[in-house]
Design a protein around this ligand. Structure first.
Ligand code: PRP
Ligand code: MN
Ligand code: MG
Length: 180
């Protein structure tokens, strides 16, 4: 698996250091409320797991499973809800956690949905941002790292459902996705 990675972009240590900072900032910002933290499955799972452990206040966790890519490296532009929230967001301080914003189509859809459902506040926190991929106007509130226009995998990010379990983030060798 590791020999299919061309280059490590962010090591396990670099990721964890950044996540600690993000968690500390969120702790300060939300210390007087009980935020609802929404993880966007499946990619946000490792980030969600690690960052919530660094948020040192009471919070509620929920998940949405939304998919826009399928088994392709190119965004289809369509967003499909596979699992909706269990919780109501009305009047809540909501934090959405994402692994990556690329075209912005997924989050654009989720932002409208959460606002429409009457959230009191909404913050977008993404571990990675790929501004070069943007198809809709969307600027996240918090970005861990900005990434180049390459196919990045690991730490939740997949190619054809693989590589999510890498503890680091790397660039996939082009021959891996050109073969299929
Ligand atoms: C990926 C990623 C983001 C989204 C970003 O999810 O995890 O959720 O695409 O792309 P966008 O900004 O172009 O919408 P995907 O739909 O592949 O589902 P997954 O998280 O289950 O891999
Ligand atoms: Mn995703
Ligand atoms: Mg995916």
């Amino acid at each position: 698996m590791h020999n299919e990675i061309e280059k490590v972009l962010f090591s396990e240590n670099e990721l964890q250091e950044k996540i600690k900072e993000i968690g500390q900032d969120l702790t300060k910002e939300y210390n007087e409320c009980f935020p609802l933290v929404i993880g966007v499955l499946k990619g946000a799972l490792p980030f969600m797991s690690d960052v919530t452990k660094r948020i040192d206040i009471h919070l509620e966790i929920d998940f949405m499973d939304v998919s826009s890519y399928g088994n392709s490296t190119v965004s289809s532009g369509e967003v499909k809800i596979i699992k909706d929230l269990d919780t109501t967001v009305e009047g809540r301080d909501v934090i959405i956690l994402e692994d990556i914003i690329d075209s912005g189509v997924t989050l654009n859809y989720l932002i409208s949905l959460i606002k429409h459902r009457g959230a009191k506040s909404l913050k977008i926190v993404t571990l990675l941002d790929k501004p070069a991929g943007r198809q809709v106007d969307l600027v996240p509130d918090t970005v861990g790292f900005t990434v180049p226009d390459e196919f990045v995998v690991g730490y939740g990010l997949d190619y054809a459902e693989k590589y999510r379990n890498l503890p680091y983030i790397g660039i996939l060798k082009p021959e891996v996705y050109k073969e299929s």
